[in-house]
Design a protein around this ligand. Structure first.
Ligand code: SF4
Length: 290
């Protein structure tokens, strides 16, 4: 396989074969994100992608490849007919594959019809990772996500209606001190409206080189301390109504590991938060990572 630049994948795709269908992120505007700033976006030639799949097959000739993740930032921007072709090739070259997944940007999902999404699901696209980041429109505007909470809800519901598994992420502290309450409440509102299979919390880490880093240096943004991050998460958990959604806050950027199934384990998750706050048992900043 050939990889161009740094390749990112969700933590749960650690054991997957990663194949780059696109290079970079088509939008690349989010003020907090440093992931693809060094890449000019393009969709790769399909023949190159197929070559990579064949190279991977040769390399893993004795190993069963159960999962494939099609990188980079937003593979759903690719034309549906091309995606169907690549999904077909994935299945042909790796008949043992059980799950194929992608990052899906909300606007790309909205550009696809329900019929197109259903065809993609039928062709083997099982899972979409969608970064909500925040359900608060002011925060989404401030971080230049380029999408509203209403569009997030529509996109998330479309993925679910197509029968794909949906995993969403929220970034704790993204609204800073100014909008922590709205960030929690509106994120709970959006997750309640979508009820994805998974919702994962990351905690904001501001990387040098991003526009947000400058805002922090200029004093335009105030980061939450660990107690405040957990207060924000607590408010989200108290308000969200998403029966069956698996909540996880166990990423390396988080101050305390939390997890449980909504809504039935709400009390358990709130007890985990209370326990972490009581003992101030927070992961030190020097051990946090993205
Ligand atoms: S957060 Fe996602 S959409 Fe925003 S710049 Fe990064 S990869 Fe692109």
């Amino acid at each position: 396989m050939r990889y161009e630049g740094t390749v990112y994948r969700p933590p749960s795709e650690a054991g997957s074969l990663i194949i780059q269908l696109t290079i970079g992120c088509a939008r690349n505007t989010c003020t907090f994100c440093a992931m693809y700033k060094d890449k000019n976006f393009r969709v790769r030639k399909l023949s190159e992608v197929v070559e990579d799949l064949e190279m991977a097959r040769n390399y893993y000739s004795r190993i069963k490849v159960r999962r494939i993740f099609l990188a980079d930032g937003d593979a759903l921007i690719v034309k549906t007919e091309d995606l169907l072709y690549i999904l077909g090739k994935c299945k042909e070259i790796f008949p043992e594959v059980e799950r194929i997944s992608v990052y899906g940007a909300p606007k790309d999902i909205l550009h696809k019809t329900p019929e197109e999404l259903a065809k993609l699901k039928q062709a083997g696209l099982d899972m979409v990772y969608m970064g909500l980041e925040s359900g608060d429109d002011d925060v989404l505007t401030e971080v230049r996500k380029g999408v509203t909470s209403a569009e997030m809800i529509e996109a998330g519901q479309k993925v679910r209606a197509a029968g794909m598994v949906l995993s969403m992420t929220i970034i704790s502290g993204l609204g800073g001190r100014k909008r922590t309450r709205e960030h929690a409440l509106n994120s709970a509102r959006v997750i309640s409206a979508i009820k994805p299979e998974y919702v994962g919390f990351l905690t904001l880490m501001v990387e040098p080189g991003t526009p947000m880093y400058e805002q922090l240096r200029n004093g335009e943004l105030e980061l939450l301390n660990p107690q405040e991050v957990l207060d924000e998460t607590q408010l989200f958990i108290e308000q969200v109504d998403a029966e069956g959604t698996l909540f996880r806050s166990n990423h390396a950027s988080n101050y305390a590991p939390l997890g449980g199934i909504l809504n039935k384990e709400r009390a358990k998750i709130l007890a985990q938060i209370a326990e972490a706050k009581k003992h101030s048992s927070f992961r030190p900043d020097s051990f946090r990572g993205i």
